[in-house]
Design a protein around this ligand. Structure first.
Ligand SMILES: [Zn+2]
Ligand SMILES: [Zn+2]
Length: 246
C-alpha cells in the first residue's frame, strides 16, 4: 500500500496547507481518507481525479469533509465525469446535506456520489479489508484499519483510547492525529498529544508512527521529543505531499 499525505492540518490550514486528507493506493484501488479544506487541490498533484473510486470520511467535522463540496463540482463540471463511492459515518448523510441546505437540492451529492454509511466492524471496500471502531471525540468519530499488503491504521480525531490501541495492533504504520501541545486538563478528551499518540503506538506494537492533524502555528518540539522517547520505532511528523510505503 502507498499512503500519500494530502493534508496535515487540524481545524484550519496554514499558508499553502490543507486539512485532513490521505490517499491510499493499493493495486488498482485509489481511496481517499477524509477530504478537508485544501485536499482536492493536493489530490490532483498525485492522481487524475477520475481514478479516485472511493472516499471514506472518518467523522463529520468540517476539517475532514468540507472539500467534498468543490469535489462534487469537479465531478459535475470537470472534463471527465464519473461517480465516486462515498462512505460516511453513521448519520453522516444528513449532516453532509445540511451543509448545502441553502441550495435546496436534496440530490446535490447523490447525483455524483454513491453515498452510504458504514458501521463499526469489518467490511470490504475496493478489495481491501477495512475495520472501523468508534473512538472518543466531540462527535461520533471512527478510527479505521486497512488491511492490504500491510496493516495501516488511521486514528481519525481521537482522544486517549484503548480502542485505538487494539485496532492498531500489529500495524505496519499507525497514522494518528496529534493536535495538542499539552494534555487537555478539563472535560472530555477528543484529541491527543504526540506523547500520548506514541504511548498508543507502543501499546499496539505498531512498527512506525506517523503524526498528523496538527496546527501549523504551534511549537511541537517538546511533544515530538517525548514521542520519540516513548515509542521505540520510527516517529515522523507527516509531510504534505510525501508518500509512505506500508
Ligand atoms: Zn479534525
Ligand atoms: Zn474532529
Amino acid at each position: 500500500m502507498k499512503l500519500t499525505i494530502l493534508g496535515t492540518a487540524g481545524a484550519y490550514p496554514g499558508p499553502g496547507g490543507a486539512c485532513a486528507g490521505y490517499l491510499v493506493e493499493s493495486g488498482d484501488s485509489r481511496i481517499l481518507l477524509d477530504c478537508g479544506t485544501g485536499v482536492l487541490a493536493n489530490l490532483q498533484k498525485h492522481i487524475p481525479v477520475y481514478q479516485l473510486s472511493h472516499i471514506i470520511i472518518s467523522h463529520m467535522h468540517a476539517d475532514h469533509f468540507f472539500d467534498l463540496v468543490p469535489l462534487r463540482y469537479l465531478l459535475a463540471f470537470g472534463p471527465r465525469s464519473h461517480r465516486v463511492a462515498l462512505h460516511l459515518p453513521p448519520g453522516g448523510a444528513e449532516t453532509l446535506l445540511s451543509v448545502v441546505s441553502f441550495l435546496r437540492d436534496p440530490a446535490f451529492f447523490t447525483s455524483f456520489f454513491d453515498v452510504s454509511e458504514y458501521r463499526p466492524g469489518a467490511t470490504d471496500i475496493s478489495g481491501l479489508r477495512f475495520e472501523f471502531a468508534p473512538v472518543p471525540h466531540y462527535v461520533p468519530s471512527y478510527a479505521m484499519s486497512i488491511n492490504g499488503d500491510g496493516r495501516l491504521t488511521y486514528s481519525s480525531d481521537c482522544g486517549p483510547s484503548d480502542v485505538l490501541a487494539s485496532l492498531a495492533a500489529g500495524s505496519a504504520l499507525l497514522l494518528t492525529e496529534a493536535l495538542l501541545t499539552y494534555p487537555a486538563e478539563h472535560g472530555p478528551r477528543g484529541h491527543l498529544t504526540m506523547g500520548e499518540a506514541a504511548e498508543i503506538a507502543a501499546r499496539a506494537g505498531a512498527s512506525r508512527l506517523l503524526l498528523s492533524h496538527v496546527y501549523h502555528d504551534r511549537d511541537y518540539t517538546a511533544q515530538l521529543a517525548l514521542a520519540r522517547k516513548t515509542f521505540p520505532g520510527p516517529v515522523e511528523v507527516a509531510e504534505l505531499n510525501k508518500s509512505y510505503t506500508v
